[in-house]
Write a protein that binds this ligand. Structure first.
Ligand code: TNX
Length: 546
């Protein structure tokens, strides 16, 4: 554990009662209920059948529709094949890699042959986008989708239907049974993101990949990388070498920092794409820019470079709005990132510009929006941008606590009026760096304490007055890393809250309830252990005995 100076407090800590639980109304909820021990069996089937040899389906995020087939299961054996129809090869390879590792079975992939006894993956209809259908019967597992993305999402459901030991990196004994189900699934929101702050502390390519692995299991599809801040600049930019070599040379607490070369960054983008995740790179400005200002004296209005900064204050730095070199710098940086990033978005930050005059902030936004457009990308920024230029179709990321930040809510509404859609990251629900309880050793508490239930029990479509589902692109859980240094630190703060936010983004609101979620979440614990993930054993969750 590291010890840090107490970060500046932004708002008094509030303990809020959790949102009222919603009624279980969908087939998803009903199926999940049937999965709870002691709940009635599926209609028409005997209540006291032989003791089930397979686990009940406990999937996170809850599928839009899941029907458990009582008494039915598929068992993976040494002879099981993976049959891939045209276009499903990648999905087959991905699944085989996971299953071979822990089962030790050969699991050959074949493009021909029938589905009997097989896991069959096909790209046949099943709707567009990320929708998929999964049928587990005694004779076969059949997964289909209109897209490879949907197949990949469906494979995450299949993983969670297998015993937790399937996630083990070494061969385990089995048996490998999958409960019979009919799943018909599609996400509520298109943007289901997580942000990793690689600026306050640097995380290597291997660490980012490990984070992608965790997030992919919960159908997260956006990886937002916070690449620059006061404490560090993390990406090499041609023509501006000191940004990375000097601006990237330290971190909060004075550690060695680090940065990504273009190859490193390309490798992250490639790995994310393999997991059907879009990378959204963020270069924060005009505030949160001390690392850049320290690297180049000419970026400062007075021509003097400040020293590198390793503390945790915010709001003290600003780019020089009136200098042409500021926009040469932004053009070089955003132009490079536009080239390196296949996704449509460039995130320009824009938060907490407390050292920039409002008129200067507006001028900055106008200029930066033009640069983003010139490089063919869509602008994304923290919702503070609502006070300035927001091109139609932009993404504004709401970050302030849901309650008690009228100004933040108003700028978010202004962004919507200007034609942006919101990504919802309310700090008192979605911030993965908030402490769970007063005694959580890591994290901050300026937005309050965020237990698992607080992370789960909110609805992005009703959280802010005047903002409804159609204004919302989705949700994102940011992990700021002032106090986060190691993989274990990352695991502890993200698990179990990232799956909670992932379910908010995926599952229809009518299919969600805290009491149902906590039971399904509990079933993830042994999976995390098998995956080598440390997690917070929240007392709100009925974890199985160790
Ligand atoms: C606020 S939220 C910030 C970050 C900090 C974070 C810590 C936002 C857009 N800015 O600079 O890291 O709080 O919780």
């Amino acid at each position: 554990m590291i010890s840090l100076p107490t970060p500046p407090s932004r708002a008094p800590r509030r303990h809020r009662p959790s949102t009222v639980q919603r009624a279980l109304t969908t087939s998803a909820a009903a199926a999940a209920l049937a999965a709870v021990p002691g709940a009635p069996a599926v209609a028409g089937l005997p209540l006291h059948a032989a003791a089930p040899a397979v686990a009940t389906p406990r999937v996170v995020p809850a599928p839009a529709s899941l029907r458990a087939l009582s008494g039915v299961s598929f068992t993976l054996t040494r002879r099981t094949r993976i049959v891939v129809r045209p276009g499903a090869d990648r999905a087959g390879t991905y699944l085989a890699a996971i299953l071979r590792r822990s089962t030790g079975y050969p699991l050959p992939i074949s493009r021909t042959g029938g589905t009997a006894g097989a896991i069959a993956l096909s790209l046949t209809g099943g709707g567009g986008g990320e929708a998929y259908r999964l049928s587990v019967r005694r004779d076969a597992v059949r997964l289909s989708s209109g897209t490879p993305t949907g197949l990949f999402r469906g494979l995450q459901t299949l993983r969670q239907l297998l015993p937790p030991a399937v996630e083990s990196a070494t061969v385990r004994p089995g048996p490998w049974s999958v409960p019979g189900v009919e799943v018909d699934d599609a996400p509520r929101f298109a943007w289901r993101g997580t942000m990793l702050d690689v600026a306050r502390h640097f995380f290597t390519v291997a660490q980012v990949k490990r984070y992608i692995d965790t997030a992919a299991l919960y159908k997260i599809n956006v990886l937002h990388l916070h690449l620059s801040d006061d404490q560090g600049w993390r990406i090499a930019i041609p023509g501006w070498p000191r940004l990375a070599s000097y601006g990237g040379s330290t971190a909060v607490g004075g550690g060695p920092g680090g940065h990504y070369t273009e190859r490193d960054f390309a490798e992250i983008v490639r790995y994310a794409a393999q997991h059907y995740m879009t990378v959204v790179p963020e270069i924060d400005g005009p505030g949160h820019t001390n690392a850049a200002l320290a690297s180049y004296a000419k970026l400062n209005c007075d021509g003097h470079a400040p020293p590198l900064y390793t503390g945790t204050d915010v709001g003290f730095s600003s780019l020089c709005i009136g200098k042409p070199v500021t926009y040469e710098f932004l053009d070089a940086v955003l132009g490079r990132l536009a080239k390196l990033t296949p996704g449509p978005y460039l995130h320009i930050g824009g938060d907490e510009a407390m050292s920039t005059k409002p008129a200067d902030y507006a001028e900055y936004l106008r200029r930066v929006a033009a640069i983003v457009r010139r490089h063919g990308k869509t602008l994304s920024g923290w919702a503070d941008i609502g006070a300035a230029t927001v091109p139609r179709g932009s993404i504004a990321q709401y970050w302030q606590p849901a309650k008690g930040s009228e100004k933040g809510t108003e700028t978010a509404r202004a962004a919507v009026r200007k034609g942006a859609r919101l990504v919802m990251s309310p700090a008192d629900h979605a911030y993965l760096d908030m402490k769970y309880t007063a005694s959580t050793p890591l994290g901050q508490d300026w937005a309050g304490l965020v237990e698992v239930r607080d992370a789960y029990a909110w609805d992005p479509g009703t959280l802010l007055d005047g903002v409804t589902d159609k204004d919302v692109a989705g949700v994102e859980a940011p992990l700021w890393t002032e106090t986060i240094v190691t993989d274990r630190n990352i695991d502890y703060m993200t698990l179990p809250r990232l799956p909670a936010v992932a379910e908010i983004g995926w599952t229809p609101q009518t299919g969600r309830s805290w009491n149902d979620f906590r039971v399904r979440l509990a079933a993830q614990g042994p999976r995390w252990t098998a995956l080598g993930r440390a997690f917070y054993r929240s007392p709100q969750v009925p974890w199985p005995a160790r």
